[in-house]
Design a protein around this ligand. Sequence first.
Ligand SMILES: *[C@@H]1O[C@H](CO)[C@@H](O)[C@H](O)[C@H]1NC(C)=O
Ligand SMILES: *[C@@H]1O[C@H](CO)[C@@H](O)[C@H](O)[C@H]1NC(C)=O
Length: 110
Amino acid sequence: MSSQLLTLFLLLSAVAIPVVTSRQWCMAMPNATGEQLQANIDYACSQNVDCTPIQPGGTCYEPNTLLDHASFAMNAYYQSHGRIEDACRFGRTGCFVFIDPSNGSCIYYT
Ligand SMILES: *[C@@H]1O[C@H](CO)[C@@H](O)[C@H](O)[C@H]1NC(C)=O
Ligand SMILES: *[C@@H]1O[C@H](CO)[C@@H](O)[C@H](O)[C@H]1NC(C)=O
């Protein structure tokens, strides 16, 4: 690699990294109980959040697990409620991930 290319590369990575790490998604902690996960879904989906993707026939209905549905609902809530840490607390059953959890046609909101 020539030194000009190396400089360009370093410059681009310095610019790109903060942009990439600023994207985060709220997810359910895998050790949360089924009751907690269900309560999170019920709460998030009652707060002006579009939960149709996790309903039967929706793009995020599969995998049909409480953990996946709760993660989708909790992230949707977090993204539409100011993206503040408090909006992903859910009684300590929420956590952040920095890799897009979207899967196929199931798109997690940003
Ligand atoms: C789940 O794991 C987190 C992080 O390891 C821990 O702080 C929390 O107490 C655990 N919650 C339960 C219900 O086990
Ligand atoms: C992605 O979706 C497919 C189809 O519903 C599912 O079988 C798979 O487990 C999902 N992958 C993850 C990482 O959730």
